[in-house]
Write a protein that binds this ligand. Sequence first.
Ligand SMILES: Cc1ncc(COP(=O)(O)O)c(C=O)c1O
Length: 361
Amino acid sequence: MNHGLLRHKERAASIQIDGDALRHNLGKVRAYAPSCKVMAVIKANAYGHDVLTAAARLDDADAFAVAMPAEAVALRRAGFSKPVVVLQGFANQDELSLCVEHNLQPVVHQQWQAELLYSASRFSLDVWLKIDTGMHRLGVPLDAVDAAYQTLRTSAVVHSIRCMSHFANADDPKHSLNNNQLENLIEVISNYDVERSIANSAAIVSNANSHLEWVRPGIMLYGSSPLLERSAEDLGLKPVMQFETRMAAIQQVRKGESIGYGSTWQCPQDMPVGVVAAGYGDGYPRHAPSGTPVWVNNHLCPTVGRVSMDSICVDLRGVDASHGDRVVLWGRELSVDTIASHADTISYELLCHAGNSANLG
Ligand SMILES: Cc1ncc(COP(=O)(O)O)c(C=O)c1O
């Protein structure tokens, strides 16, 4: 197994990246969408998984996607020559120059960007036109698509145009907006000879009609389920991030005594409480409530009391544990999706936060 190790220097908690699992998950994308090209989404430092590690292990993708030009430049500087799509495109002339210099594929989502390309000369770019089909975040509105498309088509520097949109509710396959968005995209560009893309991970696993020519997986590459109702395991995905630490201490606490800041949890009986050496300083969510599971020696132990900066307390009743034991916060033994649901957030946030608060070790 090829592992990248990320860790806070001088901290007990560590993050390992399972490169084989990344490759496996990309293989799953290919299995779900066999005739499509795959744009692997590796923005935000590959959702906290270390972008250079991820890019190296995802070399079978047809393209990478990042949010900002500077993220793409970092890939080029590290020697990656694969097409890189910049999902937010360029914010100004300087960022356009970066796109040209590094042969990036910017997403054009506003008319002024198309016009800037129209008035340019002496270079050549492949671009994506982003269409707002109903999410109302980035994208050219449906009634302005043709103007933007014609501006790009007649620009001397635009070598090729592809079209994309983004689902607002793909994680809920029954949501009525999904089909509306797909139909809007197909319809508004039906007269153009262009490749199209709308499917993120959730649409890849749940809606084959949406696959079109390019799919854009993010979260499923990292082994987390994109659907509210299905587990990652069920979908054949393997966890990539292994977030671990060790047991720092075990306390015997008396019935009625409380645990941690704010004294939010009282012991219902005399009991052992484990102090786990990780906390929000390592990217574990502070708002994870008592009852969030932590893996200790094959047991899922509920947290008790508030998460601190460097420690989390767990209920060790019925568990044979000693200080120094390995503890898994999420990874192969315990899905990040489980932690996300306890902490009332999404795996994307947990992975970005923990991964990006660690440094390369
Ligand atoms: C435009 C765009 N496409 C694709 C993705 C990948 O989405 P997911 O991680 O849900 O697969 C994202 C992620 O936010 C995105 O912003």
